[in-house]
Design a protein. Structure first.
Length: 133
């Protein structure tokens, strides 16, 4: 998929997206446009194969980074730890993913890094999601 257009009533465009890929077929850039064709948001994807890491940078229409995601991948290349940072590299949220024996998400623990809660020097998750199949 290289370009996507969302249309509304009477076929009028209400927004579109364009995508760029690297030589391995991985998405490296996603650009969102508003109904006037002006850039709304850009997401850049950066892959670090040596350290099993994936980075995402979210840029607004003024090309300033307002949000970052750093994702540590497990040996099956699934997200293991995800850190969400603001444009000034402050950690806002941390998510830890757990998987079952066949690679399905088993549990997700979400931590609020701004209003951290601790008990006996252990972080207390804000939300725990458990998946049953």
């Amino acid at each position: 998929l290289i370009k996507e257009i969302t249309v509304g009533k009477y076929g009028k465009s209400i927004g579109s997206k364009s995508y760029e890929y690297d030589i391995l077929g991985r998405k490296i850039k996603e650009t969102s446009y508003n109904n006037d064709g002006l850039i709304n948001e850009i997401i850049k994807y950066i892959y670090d194969n040596n350290n099993f890491m994936k980075y995402e940078e979210y840029l607004d229409s003024s090309m300033e980074v307002f949000l970052k995601r750093e994702i540590l991948l497990n040996n099956q290349e699934n997200p293991y730890i995800e850190a969400i940072l603001d444009g000034k590299d402050r950690i806002l949220e941390k998510n830890v993913y757990y998987y079952d024996n066949i690679g399905r998400i088993n549990k997700v623990k979400k931590y609020d890094m701004i209003r951290q809660k601790q008990y006996n020097n252990m972080q207390i998750p804000v939300k725990v999601s458990i998946y049953e199949y």
